[in-house]
Design a protein around this ligand. Structure first.
Ligand code: NAP
Length: 241
């Protein structure tokens, strides 16, 4: 039987591209997101390999129901990709924007991470690959909730990686994918530099997933920025950004 994957947040951008690559590689792929018309459009390109589930990750109780339904339908799942996410430039700290970001990127994400981890623990195998961000490394005066939510995701995923120690066999993998700027509607800010084309970034992400990497920066040149971000003091960031 062929391999099976779920991609959370596959209606556009990185998730959609990764789902396409999985289908090309013979996977049966469940794609999710809120925009049903996008899901239907994607499914129409390959009705046998795509399964669609309209779903809002903020509704964590529904996440459980949707997840159970998929597992019941497909049985064992090899790979779960979490790409759902939102972010806003929010200089005035509008509460709705901060709150929406936390509900999607923190509460919504944690529920998916939990469901995936518990399933893989039960199965004794599986791979959870999540799109976090280079934004996880520092704060930002432009998008505080987004940057903080990405730091949370990175730490939570490290915890899950550590928890794989509790699973016998060593066949559960956690991959943390940290893009810089990728050319989707999510890319925050004006005058964006080093913007990776979506197809190039997605190919690099897919390759990292296949290698079951623990963490990866996308595109490769962002390794350099990450290195700088980790050592630069806050006062210097305050001065230039
Ligand atoms: N583009 C960049 O520069 C960049 C850089 C670093 C990290 N990232 C991360 O990459 C991930 C994917 O973003 P992208 O760049 O591919 O942008 P995108 O095209 O906007 O994709 C975001 C995906 O998340 C889904 N989503 C958002 N809110 C959701 C909700 N409440 N419930 C279910 N799905 C939801 C969207 O689906 P619906 O709207 O249909 O629900 C869409 O499929 C995000 O986590 C983002 O933070 C992006």
């Amino acid at each position: 039987m062929g391999k099976k994957a779920i991609v959370f947040g596959a209606t556009s951008g990185i998730g959609k591209e990764l789902a396409k690559m999985l289908v090309k590689d013979g996977f049966q792929v469940v794609i999710t997101g809120r925009r049903i018309e996008n899901l239907q459009e994607i499914q129409a390109t390959n009705p046998t390999q795509y399964i669609i589930e309209q779903h809002d990750v903020q509704e964590v109780t529904t996440s459980e129901i949707v997840f159970e339904k998929i597992v019941k339908q497909l049985g064992e799942i090899d790979l779960i990709i979490h790409s759902s996410g939102i972010g806003y430039e929010n200089p005035e700290l509008e509460w709705d924007k901060e709150s929406q970001t936390l509900q999607t990127n923190i509460l919504g994400a944690t529920k998916i991470y939990n469901l995936a981890f518990k399933l893989f623990k039960k199965q004794g195998f599986g791979h959870l690959a999540c799109i976090t961000s280079i934004a996880s490394l520092r704060g930002s005066r432009h998008a505080p909730a987004y940057f903080a939510s990405k730091a949370y995701q990175v730490n939570y995923l490290e915890s899950l990686y550590l928890k794989t120690k509790e699973i016998k066999g060593g066949n559960v993998y956690i991959t943390d994918i940290r893009p810089g700027f990728v050319d989707t509607k999510m890319a925050l800010g004006d005058g964006i530099f080093w913007m990776a084309p979506l197809t190039k970034a997605s190919k690099q992400i897919y390759s990292a997933i296949k290698k079951k990497k623990r963490k990866v920066y996308i595109s490769k040149r962002w390794n350099l920025i990450a290195w700088v971000l980790k050592i630069v003091p806050s006062w210097a960031i305050k001065k230039v950004m």
